[in-house]
Write a protein that binds this ligand. Structure first.
Ligand code: ZN
Ligand code: ZN
Length: 377
Protein backbone atom coordinates (compact mmCIF):
# COMPACT_ATOMS: atom_id res chain seq x y z
CA UNK A 1 0.00 0.00 0.00
CA UNK A 2 1.18 3.50 -0.83
CA UNK A 3 2.21 4.87 2.57
CA UNK A 4 0.80 8.29 1.81
CA UNK A 5 -2.73 6.81 1.80
CA UNK A 6 -4.33 7.06 5.25
CA UNK A 7 -6.57 4.32 6.61
CA UNK A 8 -7.85 3.46 10.10
CA UNK A 9 -8.24 0.24 12.08
CA UNK A 10 -11.73 1.47 12.92
CA UNK A 11 -12.72 0.97 9.28
CA UNK A 12 -11.00 -2.16 7.94
CA UNK A 13 -11.07 -2.25 4.16
CA UNK A 14 -11.78 -5.61 2.52
CA UNK A 15 -10.02 -6.67 -0.69
CA UNK A 16 -13.29 -7.19 -2.56
CA UNK A 17 -16.90 -5.99 -2.37
CA UNK A 18 -20.35 -6.75 -3.70
CA UNK A 19 -21.14 -4.75 -6.85
CA UNK A 20 -23.99 -4.82 -9.35
CA UNK A 21 -22.79 -4.85 -12.95
CA UNK A 22 -24.70 -3.90 -16.11
CA UNK A 23 -24.74 -6.64 -18.78
CA UNK A 24 -27.09 -6.31 -21.76
CA UNK A 25 -29.93 -3.72 -21.60
CA UNK A 26 -32.11 -4.36 -18.52
CA UNK A 27 -29.74 -7.08 -17.30
CA UNK A 28 -27.88 -6.46 -14.04
CA UNK A 29 -25.81 -9.07 -12.24
CA UNK A 30 -24.52 -9.16 -8.67
CA UNK A 31 -20.78 -9.56 -8.88
CA UNK A 32 -17.55 -8.98 -6.91
CA UNK A 33 -15.15 -6.13 -7.58
CA UNK A 34 -11.81 -5.20 -6.06
CA UNK A 35 -11.89 -2.37 -3.55
CA UNK A 36 -9.46 0.17 -5.02
CA UNK A 37 -7.51 2.75 -3.03
CA UNK A 38 -7.81 6.51 -3.58
CA UNK A 39 -5.28 8.53 -5.60
CA UNK A 40 -4.25 12.13 -5.00
CA UNK A 41 -7.18 14.37 -3.93
CA UNK A 42 -9.52 11.37 -3.68
CA UNK A 43 -11.13 9.46 -0.82
CA UNK A 44 -12.54 5.96 -0.46
CA UNK A 45 -16.15 5.98 0.73
CA UNK A 46 -18.02 3.09 2.32
CA UNK A 47 -21.42 3.54 0.68
CA UNK A 48 -24.09 3.59 3.39
CA UNK A 49 -27.07 4.51 1.20
CA UNK A 50 -27.80 5.02 -2.50
CA UNK A 51 -31.06 6.31 -3.98
CA UNK A 52 -32.55 5.19 -7.29
CA UNK A 53 -33.14 7.94 -9.85
CA UNK A 54 -35.24 7.82 -13.04
CA UNK A 55 -32.00 8.42 -14.94
CA UNK A 56 -30.62 5.14 -13.54
CA UNK A 57 -33.60 3.40 -15.14
CA UNK A 58 -32.77 5.11 -18.47
CA UNK A 59 -29.13 4.06 -18.23
CA UNK A 60 -29.97 0.44 -17.40
CA UNK A 61 -32.55 0.17 -20.21
CA UNK A 62 -31.10 2.36 -22.97
CA UNK A 63 -27.55 3.48 -22.10
CA UNK A 64 -27.45 7.30 -22.45
CA UNK A 65 -26.59 9.59 -20.78
CA UNK A 66 -24.11 6.99 -19.51
CA UNK A 67 -20.98 6.70 -21.65
CA UNK A 68 -18.26 4.21 -20.77
CA UNK A 69 -14.93 4.19 -22.62
CA UNK A 70 -16.44 6.48 -25.25
CA UNK A 71 -19.52 4.38 -25.94
CA UNK A 72 -22.48 2.43 -24.62
CA UNK A 73 -22.29 1.24 -21.00
CA UNK A 74 -23.41 -2.33 -21.73
CA UNK A 75 -21.17 -5.32 -21.00
CA UNK A 76 -18.28 -3.19 -19.75
CA UNK A 77 -18.25 -4.30 -16.10
CA UNK A 78 -19.91 -0.95 -15.30
CA UNK A 79 -21.79 -0.31 -12.05
CA UNK A 80 -24.61 2.26 -12.32
CA UNK A 81 -26.10 4.37 -9.47
CA UNK A 82 -25.24 8.00 -8.78
CA UNK A 83 -27.13 9.31 -5.73
CA UNK A 84 -25.07 7.93 -2.88
CA UNK A 85 -23.65 8.91 0.49
CA UNK A 86 -21.41 7.17 2.98
CA UNK A 87 -18.49 7.27 5.39
CA UNK A 88 -14.92 8.14 4.43
CA UNK A 89 -12.67 5.15 5.18
CA UNK A 90 -9.42 6.11 3.41
CA UNK A 91 -7.76 9.38 2.40
CA UNK A 92 -5.65 9.64 -0.73
CA UNK A 93 -2.35 11.56 -0.80
CA UNK A 94 -2.74 15.29 -0.03
CA UNK A 95 -6.28 15.07 1.36
CA UNK A 96 -6.63 17.19 4.50
CA UNK A 97 -10.13 18.60 3.88
CA UNK A 98 -11.79 15.52 5.35
CA UNK A 99 -11.09 12.93 8.03
CA UNK A 100 -11.64 9.21 8.18
CA UNK A 101 -15.09 8.65 9.68
CA UNK A 102 -16.64 11.78 8.15
CA UNK A 103 -20.10 11.18 6.70
CA UNK A 104 -20.41 12.70 3.23
CA UNK A 105 -22.86 12.88 0.39
CA UNK A 106 -21.59 13.27 -3.16
CA UNK A 107 -22.19 15.34 -6.25
CA UNK A 108 -22.26 13.26 -9.40
CA UNK A 109 -19.93 15.32 -11.57
CA UNK A 110 -16.24 15.98 -11.07
CA UNK A 111 -15.34 17.92 -14.20
CA UNK A 112 -11.88 17.88 -15.75
CA UNK A 113 -11.20 21.20 -13.99
CA UNK A 114 -9.39 22.64 -16.99
CA UNK A 115 -11.90 23.20 -19.83
CA UNK A 116 -13.73 26.49 -20.40
CA UNK A 117 -16.96 25.30 -18.74
CA UNK A 118 -15.29 23.72 -15.72
CA UNK A 119 -13.38 26.96 -15.17
CA UNK A 120 -16.80 28.70 -15.03
CA UNK A 121 -18.10 26.26 -12.44
CA UNK A 122 -20.28 24.54 -15.06
CA UNK A 123 -18.68 21.15 -14.49
CA UNK A 124 -21.87 19.29 -15.43
CA UNK A 125 -21.24 20.65 -18.96
CA UNK A 126 -17.55 19.66 -19.01
CA UNK A 127 -16.08 19.55 -22.54
CA UNK A 128 -14.20 16.41 -21.54
CA UNK A 129 -17.35 14.51 -20.49
CA UNK A 130 -16.56 10.82 -20.53
CA UNK A 131 -12.87 11.32 -21.24
CA UNK A 132 -11.46 9.39 -18.32
CA UNK A 133 -9.72 6.40 -19.88
CA UNK A 134 -6.54 5.39 -21.68
CA UNK A 135 -4.59 8.16 -23.38
CA UNK A 136 -7.69 10.35 -23.32
CA UNK A 137 -7.82 10.52 -19.54
CA UNK A 138 -8.72 14.11 -18.68
CA UNK A 139 -9.79 13.21 -15.16
CA UNK A 140 -13.50 13.74 -15.81
CA UNK A 141 -15.79 11.69 -13.57
CA UNK A 142 -19.56 11.41 -13.44
CA UNK A 143 -20.02 8.46 -11.14
CA UNK A 144 -22.77 6.18 -12.40
CA UNK A 145 -22.54 7.75 -15.89
CA UNK A 146 -18.94 7.79 -17.14
CA UNK A 147 -17.26 5.99 -14.25
CA UNK A 148 -18.33 3.38 -11.73
CA UNK A 149 -21.38 4.31 -9.68
CA UNK A 150 -22.97 3.52 -6.36
CA UNK A 151 -24.86 0.22 -6.57
CA UNK A 152 -21.97 -1.36 -4.68
CA UNK A 153 -20.30 -1.15 -1.27
CA UNK A 154 -17.36 1.23 -1.79
CA UNK A 155 -16.66 4.14 -4.13
CA UNK A 156 -13.80 6.52 -4.85
CA UNK A 157 -14.64 10.21 -5.10
CA UNK A 158 -12.69 13.40 -5.73
CA UNK A 159 -12.78 15.78 -2.74
CA UNK A 160 -14.43 18.39 -5.00
CA UNK A 161 -17.58 16.27 -5.06
CA UNK A 162 -18.02 15.81 -1.30
CA UNK A 163 -20.42 17.55 1.06
CA UNK A 164 -20.29 16.86 4.79
CA UNK A 165 -23.47 15.41 6.27
CA UNK A 166 -24.58 16.76 9.67
CA UNK A 167 -24.86 14.20 12.50
CA UNK A 168 -28.62 14.58 12.82
CA UNK A 169 -29.32 13.90 9.14
CA UNK A 170 -30.17 10.30 8.26
CA UNK A 171 -28.35 8.38 5.52
CA UNK A 172 -31.58 8.26 3.52
CA UNK A 173 -32.12 12.01 3.65
CA UNK A 174 -28.48 12.67 2.71
CA UNK A 175 -28.94 10.77 -0.59
CA UNK A 176 -31.54 13.40 -1.58
CA UNK A 177 -29.19 16.40 -1.43
CA UNK A 178 -28.14 16.03 -5.07
CA UNK A 179 -31.80 15.93 -6.18
CA UNK A 180 -32.50 19.16 -4.29
CA UNK A 181 -29.26 20.54 -5.73
CA UNK A 182 -30.53 20.03 -9.27
CA UNK A 183 -33.42 22.48 -8.89
CA UNK A 184 -31.21 24.77 -6.85
CA UNK A 185 -28.85 24.88 -9.84
CA UNK A 186 -31.84 25.50 -12.14
CA UNK A 187 -33.23 28.39 -10.14
CA UNK A 188 -29.88 30.03 -9.56
CA UNK A 189 -29.01 29.75 -13.29
CA UNK A 190 -32.36 31.40 -14.10
CA UNK A 191 -31.38 34.38 -12.02
CA UNK A 192 -31.90 33.23 -8.47
CA UNK A 193 -33.88 36.23 -7.27
CA UNK A 194 -37.20 34.42 -7.00
CA UNK A 195 -38.32 35.87 -3.66
CA UNK A 196 -41.80 37.29 -4.12
CA UNK A 197 -41.99 35.90 -7.65
CA UNK A 198 -44.56 33.33 -8.72
CA UNK A 199 -43.27 29.85 -9.57
CA UNK A 200 -45.09 26.92 -11.18
CA UNK A 201 -43.53 23.46 -10.91
CA UNK A 202 -44.86 20.97 -13.47
CA UNK A 203 -44.40 17.28 -12.63
CA UNK A 204 -44.26 16.07 -9.02
CA UNK A 205 -41.43 13.54 -9.38
CA UNK A 206 -38.51 13.76 -6.94
CA UNK A 207 -36.95 16.76 -8.73
CA UNK A 208 -40.29 18.58 -9.00
CA UNK A 209 -41.21 17.95 -5.37
CA UNK A 210 -37.86 19.14 -4.07
CA UNK A 211 -38.10 21.98 -6.63
CA UNK A 212 -41.21 23.16 -4.77
CA UNK A 213 -39.26 23.01 -1.50
CA UNK A 214 -36.27 24.92 -2.90
CA UNK A 215 -38.44 27.58 -4.59
CA UNK A 216 -40.35 28.12 -1.35
CA UNK A 217 -37.14 28.26 0.69
CA UNK A 218 -35.77 30.90 -1.71
CA UNK A 219 -38.87 32.99 -0.96
CA UNK A 220 -40.94 32.42 -4.11
CA UNK A 221 -44.62 33.25 -3.72
CA UNK A 222 -46.93 31.74 -4.63
CA UNK A 223 -45.49 28.32 -5.45
CA UNK A 224 -47.90 26.20 -7.50
CA UNK A 225 -47.42 22.49 -8.16
CA UNK A 226 -49.08 20.92 -11.22
CA UNK A 227 -49.42 17.14 -11.60
CA UNK A 228 -51.73 14.19 -12.09
CA UNK A 229 -51.35 12.13 -8.90
CA UNK A 230 -53.12 13.48 -5.82
CA UNK A 231 -50.88 11.57 -3.35
CA UNK A 232 -47.83 13.32 -4.79
CA UNK A 233 -49.59 16.70 -4.88
CA UNK A 234 -50.35 16.27 -1.16
CA UNK A 235 -46.63 15.74 -0.45
CA UNK A 236 -45.98 18.88 -2.51
CA UNK A 237 -48.21 20.85 -0.13
CA UNK A 238 -46.19 19.61 2.84
CA UNK A 239 -42.99 20.67 1.05
CA UNK A 240 -44.27 24.22 0.62
CA UNK A 241 -46.63 24.43 -2.37
CA UNK A 242 -49.16 27.22 -1.75
CA UNK A 243 -51.50 25.67 -4.33
CA UNK A 244 -51.67 22.33 -6.12
CA UNK A 245 -53.50 21.69 -9.38
CA UNK A 246 -54.42 18.27 -10.73
CA UNK A 247 -54.35 18.53 -14.54
CA UNK A 248 -57.03 15.85 -14.81
CA UNK A 249 -59.42 17.85 -12.64
CA UNK A 250 -58.95 21.25 -14.30
CA UNK A 251 -60.69 22.27 -17.54
CA UNK A 252 -57.80 24.39 -18.70
CA UNK A 253 -54.59 24.32 -16.71
CA UNK A 254 -53.36 27.63 -18.17
CA UNK A 255 -56.50 29.44 -16.99
CA UNK A 256 -56.28 27.71 -13.61
CA UNK A 257 -52.71 28.95 -13.11
CA UNK A 258 -53.70 32.46 -14.24
CA UNK A 259 -56.60 32.50 -11.79
CA UNK A 260 -53.98 32.12 -9.03
CA UNK A 261 -51.22 34.45 -10.27
CA UNK A 262 -53.20 36.96 -12.33
CA UNK A 263 -53.96 37.25 -16.05
CA UNK A 264 -50.39 38.35 -16.85
CA UNK A 265 -49.11 34.86 -16.06
CA UNK A 266 -46.43 33.25 -13.95
CA UNK A 267 -42.85 34.52 -13.54
CA UNK A 268 -41.00 31.18 -13.46
CA UNK A 269 -41.80 27.63 -14.51
CA UNK A 270 -39.74 24.60 -13.50
CA UNK A 271 -40.71 21.99 -16.09
CA UNK A 272 -40.05 18.47 -14.78
CA UNK A 273 -42.44 16.44 -16.96
CA UNK A 274 -40.49 16.54 -20.22
CA UNK A 275 -43.53 16.15 -22.48
CA UNK A 276 -44.62 18.23 -25.47
CA UNK A 277 -47.94 19.06 -23.86
CA UNK A 278 -46.41 20.13 -20.54
CA UNK A 279 -43.81 22.31 -22.21
CA UNK A 280 -46.34 24.07 -24.43
CA UNK A 281 -48.62 24.64 -21.45
CA UNK A 282 -45.62 26.04 -19.57
CA UNK A 283 -45.00 28.53 -22.40
CA UNK A 284 -48.64 29.67 -22.48
CA UNK A 285 -48.92 30.16 -18.72
CA UNK A 286 -45.89 32.47 -18.67
CA UNK A 287 -45.77 36.18 -17.97
CA UNK A 288 -43.91 38.29 -20.55
CA UNK A 289 -40.20 38.04 -19.76
CA UNK A 290 -40.79 34.90 -17.70
CA UNK A 291 -38.21 32.13 -17.43
CA UNK A 292 -38.66 28.41 -17.94
CA UNK A 293 -36.26 25.88 -16.45
CA UNK A 294 -36.13 22.60 -18.40
CA UNK A 295 -35.29 20.09 -15.68
CA UNK A 296 -36.46 16.88 -17.39
CA UNK A 297 -34.85 14.86 -20.18
CA UNK A 298 -37.54 14.47 -22.91
CA UNK A 299 -37.18 11.08 -24.60
CA UNK A 300 -37.77 12.41 -28.09
CA UNK A 301 -37.67 15.65 -30.08
CA UNK A 302 -40.68 17.82 -29.31
CA UNK A 303 -42.43 20.71 -31.04
CA UNK A 304 -42.73 23.89 -29.03
CA UNK A 305 -44.53 27.18 -29.57
CA UNK A 306 -41.51 29.29 -30.48
CA UNK A 307 -43.54 32.26 -31.89
CA UNK A 308 -45.29 32.78 -28.56
CA UNK A 309 -41.96 32.46 -26.79
CA UNK A 310 -40.23 35.10 -28.92
CA UNK A 311 -43.12 37.57 -29.11
CA UNK A 312 -43.37 37.50 -25.32
CA UNK A 313 -39.65 37.57 -24.53
CA UNK A 314 -39.88 34.29 -22.64
CA UNK A 315 -36.56 32.65 -21.76
CA UNK A 316 -35.98 28.91 -21.76
CA UNK A 317 -33.00 27.30 -19.99
CA UNK A 318 -31.74 23.73 -20.42
CA UNK A 319 -30.34 22.59 -17.10
CA UNK A 320 -28.09 19.60 -16.68
CA UNK A 321 -27.38 18.21 -13.24
CA UNK A 322 -26.07 20.20 -10.31
CA UNK A 323 -23.28 22.62 -11.30
CA UNK A 324 -21.80 25.64 -9.53
CA UNK A 325 -21.79 23.95 -6.12
CA UNK A 326 -25.61 24.08 -6.01
CA UNK A 327 -25.66 20.96 -3.84
CA UNK A 328 -23.84 22.89 -1.10
CA UNK A 329 -26.61 25.49 -1.14
CA UNK A 330 -29.26 22.75 -1.10
CA UNK A 331 -27.51 21.13 1.86
CA UNK A 332 -27.51 24.49 3.68
CA UNK A 333 -31.32 24.56 3.47
CA UNK A 334 -31.67 20.91 4.46
CA UNK A 335 -29.29 21.32 7.39
CA UNK A 336 -31.46 24.18 8.64
CA UNK A 337 -34.55 21.99 8.17
CA UNK A 338 -36.23 24.50 5.87
CA UNK A 339 -38.10 21.53 4.39
CA UNK A 340 -38.38 17.83 5.08
CA UNK A 341 -36.88 16.06 2.05
CA UNK A 342 -37.56 12.71 3.76
CA UNK A 343 -41.21 13.09 2.71
CA UNK A 344 -40.29 11.84 -0.77
CA UNK A 345 -38.43 8.76 0.50
CA UNK A 346 -40.95 5.92 0.37
CA UNK A 347 -39.06 2.59 0.30
CA UNK A 348 -35.78 1.02 1.45
CA UNK A 349 -34.23 -2.19 0.06
CA UNK A 350 -31.09 -4.24 0.67
CA UNK A 351 -28.32 -4.32 -1.94
CA UNK A 352 -29.17 -7.91 -2.90
CA UNK A 353 -32.73 -6.78 -3.70
CA UNK A 354 -31.71 -4.14 -6.27
CA UNK A 355 -33.65 -5.77 -9.17
CA UNK A 356 -36.83 -5.68 -7.08
CA UNK A 357 -36.13 -2.08 -6.05
CA UNK A 358 -35.65 -1.07 -9.70
CA UNK A 359 -38.97 -2.72 -10.56
CA UNK A 360 -40.67 -0.75 -7.76
CA UNK A 361 -39.14 2.46 -9.13
CA UNK A 362 -40.00 1.73 -12.77
CA UNK A 363 -43.59 0.66 -12.15
CA UNK A 364 -44.14 3.04 -9.22
CA UNK A 365 -45.37 0.08 -7.20
CA UNK A 366 -46.98 0.89 -3.85
CA UNK A 367 -46.84 4.65 -4.50
CA UNK A 368 -43.04 4.61 -4.61
CA UNK A 369 -41.31 7.94 -5.16
CA UNK A 370 -37.72 7.75 -3.92
CA UNK A 371 -36.28 4.32 -3.19
CA UNK A 372 -33.09 3.96 -1.16
CA UNK A 373 -30.73 0.96 -1.12
CA UNK A 374 -28.71 0.20 2.03
CA UNK A 375 -25.62 -1.76 0.89
CA UNK A 376 -24.70 -3.08 4.35
CA UNK A 377 -28.05 -4.44 5.57
ZN1 ZN B 1 -30.33 11.38 -10.34
ZN1 ZN C 1 -14.09 20.22 -17.93
Amino acid sequence: MDNSIKTSKKFPIPKTMKAWVLGNPNEIKLSQKDVLLPSKSEVLIRIDAVAICATDLDVISHGPPAMIKGGSPFNKNFTPGHEYMGTIVALGPSVDEFEIGDRVTVEIHAGCGQCKRCRMGMYTSCHNYGLNYGNKDKGHRANGFTSDGGFKQYAINHVNTLIKVPDDMTDEEATLVVTAGTTMYGLTELGGLVSGESVVVIGPGPIGLLGVAIAKSLGASPVILVGTRNNRLEIGKKLGADFVLNVNEENNIINSVKSLVGEIGVDYVIECAGTEQALNEAILMCNRGAKICLAAFPHKKIKVNIPHLVINNIYMYGIRGEGKSATHRAMAFMKEKRFDAKLIHTHTFKLNDLPKALKYARERIDGSIKIVIKPWE
